[in-house]
Design a protein around this ligand. Structure first.
Ligand code: SAH
Ligand code: SF4
Ligand code: F3S
Length: 492
């Protein structure tokens, strides 16, 4: 396969960080006319696909869309890479180790590609939107057949056809800010469904690659979101998670209507879906109306993921988070007043450039003050092209690791205590399946998304049950089925 001699400029506008920062007001188009081209509707007959997904829920959901398109083309799925005719890696760029995994996998797949030259190997997702990654693949991983970005997923059927017939690598990455494509098929499994409410991010936190890989903030029209959730209710889904990098910015980009995330939640809670979640919320756009709506409860669960990143105002400023420690704590207090049984979780980065021991201790003290039920914690990873990558990454690796350990110790103690308070209480659990480590047990999640293992008949999978917590642990709880009429505790 020759790749380096070809002129890719026709297909590929390299994503440009400089242009992304100049993000303008150009119109976002909402396109309703998506369809699999007639001539491709049987293209995948007799063939199998496999998609490997890295990264966040956004990527997981994009994979569901790609699966939907592939199955509409006649492809069947497989978990066995030796059986697959198409393998897609849906990649994540958030930290260096996420990228390392993908490059490692590309290395492994090289021999498979040599054995099966007709295999189509594609790379999509956030890494393909990065400046340096496409050229690295073009030069070092020439066994890749197809690269496409996050803005042109809807082009997959056509790109796949091109990849089958092209002698060279097919590359289509759009650096434009992205449109909204409605009506793409989606393959959802189980009882829980994701629904995008918005795409992109305009926050430009200085460490973060997402605003560049996902384009500008753009909200789906409320009527389209509501219609999708209604349809999921009709299909019998038990839980819907509304997705956006920053759901609280929902609607800010509408010019014709004044309709924000609080309004959307207020409309969606009237739909007959037992549980509605959302992720992720940025503290900055969390307004009073939203808190008022969430306090209505019902199918709006009392769990809020509210990433703080750091407990130090100085560090927050360097991260460009646009709130102070005090403002964050004030928001938490307001939320707790309105929703007394709320469960808060968060994301935290340690070892951001210049973070002093005192500043790190401010994060520790904030964690103890807020009392998160759980948290995702990360060591800062410089991302090329972001403003923080130009700051000296001056915290020694062993100090970063030590801070992560100390933070996790503090968080684990709090999680354990929070779960301990549930000992003997009855919680409502949506039964998701057999427990991963013990097929004799079932597992499910509470309204606050806590994992519960208990013994029960398989027929309960997909149902809501009441479980008495008998053994609270740090990351999960063990319990026993309670009678159907046992009242569930308020704080779950
Ligand atoms: N939009 C979400 C975050 C998505 S990324 C939000 O703002 O809440 C998920 C998490 O990854 C972030 O909250 C942050 O804690 C972490 N993260 C992002 N960039 C990172 C980097 N360069 N190094 C380490 N962690 C990072
Ligand atoms: Fe990244 Fe910040 Fe946007 Fe979250 S809000 S995706 S951390 S830039
Ligand atoms: Fe990763 Fe892209 Fe999500 S960088 S975290 S997959 S938005």
């Amino acid at each position: 396969m020759t790749t380096t001699t070809k002129d890719y400029s026709k297909y590929f506008q390299p994503p440009s960080y400089k242009d992304a920062k100049k993000r303008g007001k150009e119109d976002v188009q909402v396109l309703y006319d998506f369809a699999i081209p007639e001539e491709l509707s049987r293209f995948g007959e007799g063939k199998r696909y496999m998609i490997r997904t890295y990264g966040c829920q956004m990527n997981e959901h994009d994979s569901e869309t790609m699966k939907g398109m592939l199955e509409a083309m006649g492809y069947a799925s497989t978990d066995d890479k030796y059986e697959a005719d198409v393998i897609l890696l849906n990649t994540c760029a958030i930290r260096e180790n996420a990228e390392d995994k993908v490059f490692g996998e590309l290395g492994h797949l090289k021999s498979l590609k040599t054995e099966k030259p007709n295999l189509v190997l594609g790379v999509c997702g956030c890494m393909s939107q990065e400046e340096g990654v496409v050229s690295r693949i073009l030069t070092k991983h020439q066994h890749v057949d197809l690269i496409f970005g996050t803005h042109n997923i809807h082009r997959l059927p056509k790109l796949l056809q091109d990849a089958y017939y092209a002698k060279e690598m097919v590359v289509e990455v759009w650096s434009k800010e992205g449109d909204i494509i409605e009506n793409m098929p989606k393959k959802r499994e189980g009882m829980k469904a994701w629904v995008n409410i918005m795409y992109g991010c305009d926050k430009f936190c200085t460490y973060c690659i997402v605003p560049y890989t996902r384009g500008k903030e753009r909200s789906r029209r409320p009527e389209d979101v509501i219609a999708e959730v209604r349809e999921l209710a009709r299909q019998g889904f038990k839980e819907v998670t509304l997705l956006g990098q920053n759901v609280n910015a929902y609607g800010k980009d509408f010019e014709d209507i004044d309709y924000r995330f609080g309004d959307l939640m207020d409309d969606i809670r009237k739909i007959d879906i037992p549980r509605i979640r959302f992720t992720t919320s940025h503290p900055r756009d969390f307004d009073d109306h939203l808190i008022e709506v969430l306090a209505k409860g019902g199918n709006l669960v009392e769990h809020i993921h509210l990433p703080v990143q750091s407990g130090s105002t100085e560090v927050l400023k360097k991260m460009s988070r646009k709130y102070t420690r005090e403002q964050y704590l004030e928001l938490v207090a307001k939320i707790k007043r309105a929703i007394p049984n709320v469960v808060l979780t968060t994301d935290i980065i340690v070892g951001f450039p210049g973070e002093t021991e005192e500043q790190f201790e401010e994060t520790l003290s904030l964690v103890k003050e807020v009392r998160y039920d759980s948290a995702y914690t990360f060591i800062y990873s410089p991302r090329e092209g972001t403003p923080a990558a130009a700051m000296a990454d001056d915290i020694p690796e062993d100090v970063k690791k030590d801070r992560l350990l100390r933070l996790n110790d503090a968080l684990n103690e709090i999680s354990r205590e929070a779960n301990e308070r549930l000992r003997g209480q009855v919680v409502e659990v949506l039964v998701e399946g057999e427990s991963k480590n013990n097929p004799d047990m079932l597992s499910g999640r509470t309204r606050a998304n806590k994992l519960v293992h208990f013994q029960g008949p398989k027929e309960l999978i997909g149902e809501f049950v009441h479980v008495t917590v008998t053994e609270p642990m740090t990351w999960y709880m063990k319990g026993e089925l309670a009678g159907a009429d046992a009242p569930a505790a308020a704080n779950m």
